[in-house]
Design a protein. Structure first.
Length: 238
């Protein structure tokens, strides 16, 4: 399989405190890869640094190209999108305008395909089409997550990074959101997923990494990790 995204000796520090230590991680094209671990293990820090929101050291490669100094602009230009944990929607703007903002980089660089892309997003999220004129702040938690993912998809990413997509969503809708992530993956988008619902995340992941105190301590297929006794005891509560 073709490697789309790779980290080698990737570290992130807050001053003298190292939050992520020499992580090695690989995401193959077309995969869903999940990073699991306890709260405070460095999962969100890892995604933010990979997106260029935090300074980092080590090696980051995308599509075989090493990116010496990751920045948000460099990552977006190369087809990477991040859906942050808190979604960061524009609550006083309608759904449609939030989506259009997701395609701004493509518009700015002369690719005027926002209407076609919006139709594709509406095909994945019919509920958003129904709510297209509604203010984002009035949506339910599940609908806001759909909007956050849809906004990221407007950029036509090769790699979609999702930070805790089930955060703030009623338990009955968590399965629905993860089913949507699978559907997005089936359209050809590679996904790197951080998710607090470890059992659900491993059930849809092709590959997974376990991170603890900033270090990768275990990896394997989603099924291998879900069946691993240590993972069951430490993270799945079984």
């Amino acid at each position: 399989m073709t490697t789309l995204f790779q980290l080698q000796d990737f570290s992130v520090a807050y001053g003298a405190v190292e939050a992520v230590h020499q992580v090695a991680l690989q995401v193959n094209e077309g995969e869903i890869v999940t990073v699991i671990g306890p709260n405070g293990a460095g999962k969100t820090t890892l995604l933010c640094a990979a997106m260029g929101l935090l300074p980092s050291s080590g090696s980051l490669s995308l599509g075989g190209e090493r990116i010496a100094r990751p920045s948000v602009e460099a990552m977006v230009a190369r087809g990477v999108a991040l859906v942050p944990e808190r979604r960061e929607l524009f609550g006083e703007m309608p759904v449609e305008d939030n989506l259009l903002l997701g395609g701004f980089y493509r518009w700015r660089t002369g690719r005027r395909d926002q209407k076609e892309r919006m139709d594709e997003v509406f095909a994945i999220f019919p509920r958003l089409k129904e709510r297209r004129a509604q203010l984002a702040s009035t949506l339910s938690g599940g609908e806001r997550q759909m909007l956050a993912i849809g906004r990221a998809l407007m950029a036509r990413p090769r790699l979609l990074m999702l930070d805790e997509p089930s955060w703030g969503i009623a338990p009955m809708f968590v399965t629905k959101v993860l089913e949507v992530i699978q559907r997005v993956n089936e359209t050809g988008v590679t996904i790197l997923l951080v998710e607090q619902n470890l059992h659900k995340a491993l059930s849809i992941a092709h590959h997974g990494y376990v991170i603890q105190t900033g270090r990768i301590v275990m990896q394997g297929s989603g099924r291998e990790l879900a069946d691993n006794e240590d993972v069951k005891k430490a993270y799945l509560g079984l």
